[in-house]
Design a protein around this ligand. Structure first.
Ligand SMILES: Cc1cc2nc3c(=O)[nH]c(=O)nc-3n(C[C@H](O)[C@H](O)[C@H](O)COP(=O)(O)OP(=O)(O)OC[C@H]3O[C@@H](n4cnc5c(N)ncnc54)[C@H](O)[C@@H]3O)c2cc1C
Length: 308
């Protein structure tokens, strides 16, 4: 099923992102978790693609398991890292053969130990080039990444926004945002995209923090600001990982509540292969009551007050 068709429903989509484990035991463990996740009916599950070697083949194995064994929509990520055009063509052929309909189309992070992305010989330099290649096949739906606070390598926010618009114009069906910890960044960026003519759905990426050290590290890598309030809250639980994860989840719940109240095309949960945050977001998104779409923040605040 093409994910772009799912956005036609009158409710925000709920998707989750998982990563392929490194060991056979880890893969079996993730498959068990996927069976637990199945009753939460995510609209789709995306599976990340690692840097060269390692877990790359596992992305395909997990994708096939979700799709063929569990009957859920699965979207593998594909990156430009260390692939020639011919290899990309082969991978797309393989994805098609296992029933994949959508590809998360990315440039990718540099392999471990390398600080800069080097385009492979006879490969692609930017995600937009891969988007064009996949679009030309006319066989897959296309998701792309976006950065509410700007991509860390970009000259500035405005330049990155322009690149984002080009990526969508090249054929992306929808955008999934990098995680952000203050909704105002997402709202501003989405408004800027709309003003720049982007009409495709833009999903909000939410990463429930597991602890101060973890979120600080991730945020530094992704160029995401960690607000002082979250830092203070998580700092209270440096010796209690369960309490820290609960505080992180509570914070994410607050973000999602506001996003749903204001109106959003979808919530994409960076679940880091944990079931608990997926269950929590499912519980927030499952209620059948319609959510206002495109309401103002002021209206949303009223909505939230009436909702409690
Ligand atoms: C939802 C999501 C999923 C992800 N999944 C993975 C994954 O599975 N595997 C993985 O390795 N990484 C993943 N990443 C990380 C991502 O690969 C990195 O952020 C990477 O650095 C950029 O990828 P991109 O597709 O956004 O690249 P691009 O869109 O190519 O952008 C990369 C940089 O180049 C600039 N740029 C773009 N086009 C041009 C142009 N024509 N000329 C000049 N500059 C340009 C942009 O402004 C940006 O600074 C994911 C990120 C997100 C948000």
């Amino acid at each position: 099923m093409l994910i772009r068709d799912l956005f036609r429903s009158d409710r925000p989509l709920f998707s989750i992102e998982l990563f392929p484990p490194k060991t056979e035991k880890g893969v079996e463990n993730l498959k068990r978790k996927l069976r637990e996740i199945q009753p939460y009916h995510p609209d789709f599950i995306s599976v990340t693609y690692g840097a060269a070697g390692g877990t790359r083949h596992t992305t395909s194995e997990i994708t096939a398991y979700i799709h063929q064994e569990l009957g859920m929509e699965a979207m593998p990520h594909l990156t430009c890292v260390s692939h020639s055009r011919a290899e990309i063509a082969g991978l797309l052929e393989h994805h098609r053969a296992i029933g994949v309909d959508n590809i998360m189309t990315l440039r990718g992070d540099p392999p471990q130990g390398e600080s800069r992305f080097e385009p492979p010989p006879d490969g692609f330099r930017y995600a937009v080039e891969l988007v064009r290649e996949i679009k030309a096949l006319d066989r897959f739906g296309i998701g792309v990444a976006g950065y509410p606070e700007g991509h860390p390598e970009a000259e500035n926010y405005e330049t990155d926004l322009r690149r984002q618009v080009e990526k969508v114009a090249a054929g992306a069906d929808f955008v999934v945002s990098q995680f952000f910890l203050e909704n105002r960044h997402f709202f501003r960026w989405r408004d800027d995209l709309r003003r720049a003519g982007v009409t495709v759905p833009v999903m909000a990426g939410i990463l429930p923090a597991q602890g101060l050290e973890q979120i600080t590290k991730f945020a530094a890598f992704c160029g995401t600001i960690v607000p002082a309030s979250l830092q203070t809250e998580l700092a209270r639980y440096t010796d209690d990982p369960d309490a820290a994860a609960e505080a992180g989840l509570e914070y994410a719940r607050g973000q999602i509540e506001e996003l749903l109240a204001v109106g959003v095309d979808g919530i994409h949960v960076y679940a880091l292969n944990r079931v608990k945050p997926i269950r929590a977001v499912h519980e927030m998104m499952a209620p059948n009551e319609p959510r206002p779409v495109g309401a103002s923040v002021a209206q949303a605040t009223t909505y939230l007050k009436n909702d409690t």
